[in-house]
Design a protein around this ligand. Structure first.
Ligand SMILES: [Mn+2]
Length: 363
């Protein structure tokens, strides 16, 4: 069944080709995985109107041949030579590259061989945009994996809360969380887990250190697990022992902003309007200068992918997109609060993948 999905994706990508003499060269590992189901190839994929090929070396050939059915698997000895042979056989005279992925060194090595053989190299963003347009809409199989990744992260979060008490270090919480995620079925963590406390919570992307949890501090978790390539992303801020009136007030403003943005998410909504819904509440509360990042972003095979949910984003939401909703208020040298959900856009609203409470929890 899965091979059908991959063939459909390759077919959809072929709309970027204008003639049989053109080909797409996919170098990004996640994009290759998206198109054939084989993620760790260290190879390349070539797509023409009539054919598709996955080039891998000897280390990967056995598993690639077993797993991949949406394209022909070729074991290369010298990639440039084997690629050129197929390109010539297929009568290809123009190759599109993934400009946002390929290194200058790698591109130069391909270009040298292609120039010698009068094959045009297209390094515009045509191919990047075509793949992004496909990946931005998640199908059922992808949604299932995103839900599973979220469930793993949530179970692990609830387990690690039992260890969150005065005296424990940020690093210890991060280590336990990663351990629980892997025990609960994650293949990896989505990013370096953010488990920070005290004044450091004013750093949106603070790094866990030996800092110790104390009574009266906030503790921020920004966490995610990876399941079959798909990422989850959630942030919760909790208080340890007690919270001052200022902490409670800032928390309630962030929550109000987060809920306001959530309310605007539906097919047809503009991403900048979702950002605005949250930002306006924070601005009118007088904390506008303490919120300097976008309200959200897409999530999928990458932790940050299209669409961007920022004041400048003119993307119109479509059913099947996955976005985060994560406003925050950060007071330097005091504390910060961020609350983040990841949601699946539907025709009439959205389905929240996160099932964790959002009212302020004082542990
Ligand atoms: Mn996020």
């Amino acid at each position: 069944m899965e091979s059908g999905i991959f063939s459909e994706r390759i077919n959809a990508l072929r709309t970027a080709l204008r003639s049989p003499s053109e080909a797409l060269l996919i170098t990004n590992e996640k994009n290759i995985g998206y198109l054939c189901g084989f993620f760790k190839s260290e190879g390349v994929m070539l797509v023409t109107l009539g054919n598709a090929y996955l080039f891998v070396d000897f280390r990967y050939i056995e598993s690639a041949q077993k797993m991949v059915s949406s394209c022909e698997v070729i074991c290369f000895k010298k990639l440039n030579d084997d690629l050129l042979r197929i390109i010539k056989e297929q009568g290809v005279s123009k190759v599109y590259f993934e400009a946002s992925d390929i290194s200058v060194a790698r591109y130069s090595s391909f270009k040298k061989v292609f120039d010698e053989n009068r094959i045009e190299c297209d390094c515009s963003n045509t191919l990047d945009e075509s793949i992004s347009r496909l990946r931005i809409i998640k199908d059922k199989s992808e949604l299932d994996k995103l839900i599973k990744a979220q469930k793993i992260a949530e179970k692990s979060y609830l387990e690690v809360l039992n260890y969150l008490k005065p005296g424990v270090s940020e690093k210890e919480i991060a280590a336990r969380l990663e351990y629980f995620m892997k025990l609960n079925g994650a293949v990896d963590i989505s990013f370096d887990l953010i488990t920070i406390t005290g004044k450091k919570t004013s750093l949106p992307h603070g790094i866990p250190s030996d800092d110790i949890v104390k009574n009266g501090d906030f503790f921020t978790f920004d966490i995610g697990a990876v399941y079959e390539g798909y990422h989850s992303d959630t942030t919760r801020t909790v208080a340890i022992g007690s919270a001052t009136d200022e902490m409670k007030e800032v928390y309630s403003i962030v929550l109000k902003a987060q809920l306001a943005a959530l309310d605007t998410i539906r097919e047809g909504a503009l991403c900048c309007d979702i950002d605005k819904a949250a930002r306006q509440i924070i601005e009118t509360s007088g904390y506008g200068k303490c919120f300097g990042h976008a309200v959200g972003h897409g999530v999928g095979l990458d932790i940050h992918e299209a669409p961007t949910v920022s004041p400048k984003s003119d993307t119109i939401l479509k059913a099947g997109m996955i976005i985060t909703d994560e406003p925050g208020i950060y007071l330097p040298d005091k504390f910060g609060v961020r609350i983040e959900d990841t949601v699946f856009v539907t025709e009439n609203g959205c389905k929240n993948l996160v099932n964790l409470p959002k009212e302020l929890i004082i542990l």
